[in-house]
Ligand binder design. Sequence first.
Ligand code: UDP
Ligand code: MG
Length: 334
Amino acid sequence: MTRPAVPGQEHAVPAACPTFSIVVPLYNEEEVIEQFHARLVPVMERLGAAWEVIYVNDGSRDRSLAILERLRAADPRIGIVNLSRNFGKEIALTAGLDHARGEAVVVTDVDLQDPPEVIPELVAGWREGYDVVFAQRRVREGETIVKRKTAELFYQLMQHLGGRVRIPPNTGDFRLMSRRSVDALLQLREHHRFMKGLFAWIGFPSKAVLYDRAPRAAGTTKWNYWKLWNLALEGITSFTVMPLKIATYLGLAVSVFALGFGGVIVVRTLVFGNPVPGYPSVMAVMLFLGGVQLMTLGVIGEYLGRVFNEVKGRPLYLVERFVPPEPMAAKREP
Ligand code: UDP
Ligand code: MG
């Protein structure tokens, strides 16, 4: 079976597709790339089918690209997508999926937090007939209690807001997807890519495989609490307009209260006269309403900003260079 050539590669001879593609986004990961590849190879070889691994260099500033090129020289099953700059993990991941040709595609991080040894279990699920086999964390090791609690809270919130789309808790991007579910996912070209949500949105028969997420093998996480907060905002604003509704109802509630309170004041003034008290209460109400108005404007702004980013219609990413993996099944004859 052949797939249409990837953008920029239209001239390339259509190659036979491998059974498995591994997609790995990476950003400044010089310490772990080789270690990751060394652990991936034996696992994939044991599966006994043609495979390729697509490393997406997301604008690393360290030696990551040089290391990838050196690995590529020794192992032609490696494909390298070198993005023109850092686009962020979600987009790097999408770039990798765009270039993967496998019948089943596994998405994983390079830092060995997602152990490659779990891949055969994911494959087993796929062979049972599931389209999506996602790895679900049994425990969250090497993470602070604060991070664990906030993550828990976030999943609960999304559960309430998500409506029909159910986001499985404690599940990252580490998963296997069938060709048709990858193609479905790739139809979602939005710029604000909340991957957990997009993965959930496509649906298809899915199965969870429990695993122990290890602490990072080396290097440091690029996440901090500010980024996580923004990720949570991204999740909420790209999946529900609930905050806009809350703003509406808050406004309505305040107006109803103000009407009632206004009535009370009028009656009181008529009955008891007007001794002009009430500077504190006027001040309190004014500040409260000012705050609510600004916050509501902020909520609208969050959505407006996202609309702005989407309507520009820019490409999701730009590829500086694509080194395709060598066709595996069709061996070239001299
Ligand atoms: N990553 C990326 N682009 C970025 C940030 C991260 O491609 O801008 C990659 C990173 O190299 C790693 C994966 O995304 O392979 C997950 O990143 P990280 O380990 O920092 O996140 P965590 O595991 O802590 O959620
Ligand atoms: Mg990590």
